[in-house]
Design a binder for this molecule. Structure first.
Ligand SMILES: Nc1nc2c(c(=O)[nH]1)N[C@H]1C(S)=C(S)[C@@H](COP(=O)(O)OP(=O)(O)OC[C@H]3O[C@@H](n4cnc5c(N)ncnc54)[C@H](O)[C@@H]3O)O[C@H]1N2
Ligand code: MOO
Length: 395
């Protein structure tokens, strides 16, 4: 049974079956890379009160004429409660709370000190060098939204806004099974009939930001043994991914295994190249992706059909791939009726250009590993000439 779907149909099917994870509460010390489960509001105004932007003197400029001579009556270091200015000037540090009664600050280097007095020659205006309460953020402002990924800058912002414990989406649990009697781990002895397991590293690299990954090892093409491992792996995870055995060879067991472990197979082939074979289905809320064995085919499938929905499951709002536009530097072959993912390089100079790699052969991994982008030529477009616009995604 083969079920062929188009690229867009495949995406719609996967999208409709992808559900989001629930939340857990963590501290911001563990928050980098996590996805917010709720909008985050400021707990207080920032600045928290009117604060001095500099080391200087807090003064009241109402009714003051310049040059002005004022007595230093007190000091206001950062972190101390608000002082009161009734007359003269208060020596204030950067970040110090502007005293009640003061309405401007003048920098140390802009006054002349004369004993307990300062002389201000240049006129100072009301509000000078004061950071006013709430001018950056007001209590209750939503500053970060549900579904945003927290990078270090946003984690620091949460700290700034007074948040310590936060709700984030639970991480997606993903199991990876690599299949194929020919596959050898990098540390295993090489043999002429074998191939080294690069697919594991492609998947780990792409998934790591969004998921907790369990690797169930590499399985020889033995149906009974494979079923046991796959069955356990789908129980233990939200998403199960397999590599290899997705097409039509005698030992291409993925489809059979998926059926046997209770996956409702939705499709087995798409109209993309490289990577036509993709066995996708669900077991209730769990998703199964049977990716093709060739690393280039696996990578393209993962970028196009897997990662966006892992991001969705992880709670990320903007989970779909965003394709940008570039100008082709050379004629680039593609076939109508098929979506071609062309490996190559994007260069950003005066304009953004895409140059296809020297080969587009599926079995050639070097050419995709040394590329920084995939151009996508959709099914109704066909071959494009140099100078034409193409969509691309960075990889
Ligand atoms: N008669 C047909 N043969 C093939 C078809 C077809 O439609 N009819 N489709 C071809 C297409 S398209 C692709 S893509 C490949 C992929 O199919 P499989 O998923 O069955 O891939 P395998 O046979 O398991 O592996 C292919 C090849 O990839 C290398 N490989 C496998 N695993 C790894 C790994 N973990 N790390 C690195 N490289 C790996 C290895 O060289 C395998 O020989 O099928 C075509 N055939
Ligand atoms: O589509 Mo397959 O990936 O040609 O090799």
């Amino acid at each position: 049974m083969f079920i062929k779907v188009t690229r867009n149909e495949a995406k719609e099917i996967i999208d409709s079956l992808t559900s989001q994870k629930y939340y857990e509460t963590i501290t911001i010390d563990e928050a980098e890379g996590r996805v917010l489960f709720e909008d985050m509001k400021a707990k207080f105004n920032i600045p928290e009160s009117d604060k001095s932007a500099v080391d200087g003197y807090a003064i009241n400029v109402d009714n003051l004429t310049f040059p002005a001579k004022l007595k230093i009556i007190d000091e206001a270091p950062a972190g101390e409660a608000q002082k009161e200015l009734k007359e003269g000037a208060i020596f204030i540090m950067t970040g110090g709370v502007v005293p009640k009664g003061a309405n401007a600050v003048v920098r140390i280097e802009d006054v002349e000190k004369d004993g307990d007095y300062i002389v201000i020659k240049k006129p100072v205006k009301k509000g000078d060098l004061i950071n006013f309460e709430g001018e950056e953020v007001k209590t209750g402002d939503v500053v970060l939204k549900k579904g945003e990924i927290l990078d270090y800058k946003k984690v620091a912002l949460l700290a700034n806004l007074g948040h310590y414990q936060i709700k984030v989406f639970k991480k997606v649990k993903i199991g990876i099974v690599v299949t194929g009697s020919e596959v050898k781990e990098p540390f295993e002895a090489l043999d002429k009939a074998g191939v080294k397991n690069s697919n594991l590293y492609i998947l780990k690299g792409l998934l790591k930001p969004y998921a907790d990954i369990t690797y169930y090892g590499k399985l020889p093409d033995n149906l009974d043994e494979m079923i046991k491992v796959f069955k356990n792996a789908i129980e233990e995870n939200d998403i199960l991914i397999s590599s290899g055995g997705a097409s039509k060879g005698k030992y291409d067991f993925t489809k059979e295994i998926a059926k046997q472990i209770g996956v409702d197979i939705k499709f087995t082939t798409t109209n993309i190249r490289p990577g036509r074979p993709l066995i996708f289905g669900n077991k209730d809320k769990k998703l199964f992706f049977g990716l093709p064995g060739y690393p280039a085919a696996l990578l393209v499938n993962a970028v196009e059909f897997l990662i966006p929905y892992v991001k969705k499951a992880a709670g990320i709002v903007n989970y779909q791939n965003e394709y940008k536009k570039a100008v082709l530097t050379t004629k680039t072959k593609a076939k109508e009726g098929r979506v071609d993912f062309i490996r190559g390089n994007i260069e950003c100079d005066e304009k953004v250009t895409f140059t296809a790699a020297y080969t587009q052969q599926t079995s050639n991994y070097l050419s995709i590993a040394l590329s920084n982008a995939l151009a996508v030529i959709d099914e109704n477009e066909g071959t494009k000439e140099a100078g034409e616009i193409v969509e691309y995604i960075l990889i």
